[in-house]
Design a protein around this ligand. Sequence first.
Ligand SMILES: Cc1cc2nc3c(=O)[nH]c(=O)nc-3n(C[C@H](O)[C@H](O)[C@H](O)COP(=O)(O)OP(=O)(O)OC[C@H]3O[C@@H](n4cnc5c(N)ncnc54)[C@H](O)[C@@H]3O)c2cc1C
Length: 248
Amino acid sequence: MLNPFDRYALQKAIELKRNNNAKITCVTMGPPPAVEVLIDAFDYGADYGVLLTDKRLAASDTLATSYALHMVARHLGEFDIIFTGLQTTDGDTAQVGPQIAERLGIPQITYCEELEVVNKKIKARRVVEGGCQIMEAGMPALITVANSATPLGHKKFADVAEVKEFLRHPDERQKRIKTVNLDDINADPKRIGLVGSPTVVGKTWKIGEIGGSCVMFQGESLQREVEELMEHLEQDEREIGEIINVQR
Ligand SMILES: Cc1cc2nc3c(=O)[nH]c(=O)nc-3n(C[C@H](O)[C@H](O)[C@H](O)COP(=O)(O)OP(=O)(O)OC[C@H]3O[C@@H](n4cnc5c(N)ncnc54)[C@H](O)[C@@H]3O)c2cc1C
């Protein structure tokens, strides 16, 4: 599935595309069924898709993933901006975007909420603790998009209908969706998969379920219900205070 954070990245790219007459190429690295991710992105308004798929990629960690993805970028040639999500809902590391930028030797603006391109320069607002930063970068650059960036738009019927149509024509499908393997992008097999991944999962375990309880306050009036709630919270606070004191 399309990583939920990548929806924000795609949305920002689509906004820029509208204002700058640009084209969007979406890239996904995954097994063959990951082509569905590209089709989903087409439905939202992407123009081209590239699926990097190769059995040798199995067990790749973030370092290997960013190596493979930056090789796709090199293979595709010139670009203005690479958008990535902030993080995945899988590994959750938020490393892949910045690593791709480092490997390509291009500027990166992470946690980006707003951006525009003015005179071939990117002006972006990024989230920082307690505020924001306004940054400028030349192009090409890489942007990781924060999930506070933008309300997500819906698929448009016209886009979905157009995608359905081109998928029915093998020639058109081939023009829009490219499938590549490691040899096509000149990637070094020693830098991907298990052998190219320095991360080792030492142990995994289940942390158990976090329980919770629910108390309903039903007094004769709203005021009484709020008073009961406050008494309950104060009692909780006293008990927590006692626990902390005992631990000290
Ligand atoms: C030891 C180890 C073994 C692993 N083995 C496997 C395995 O066998 N098979 C497997 O599927 N996963 C495997 N993973 C998980 C995989 O490495 C990560 O999902 C991947 O590297 C992305 O890292 P992340 O989830 O932290 O992404 P983040 O860094 O949190 O992602 C940031 C952004 O980068 C972009 N991005 C990340 N991954 C991709 C991608 N694949 N294609 C396009 N854009 C991307 C997205 O825009 C995303 O929003 C393994 C991880 C480890 C640590």
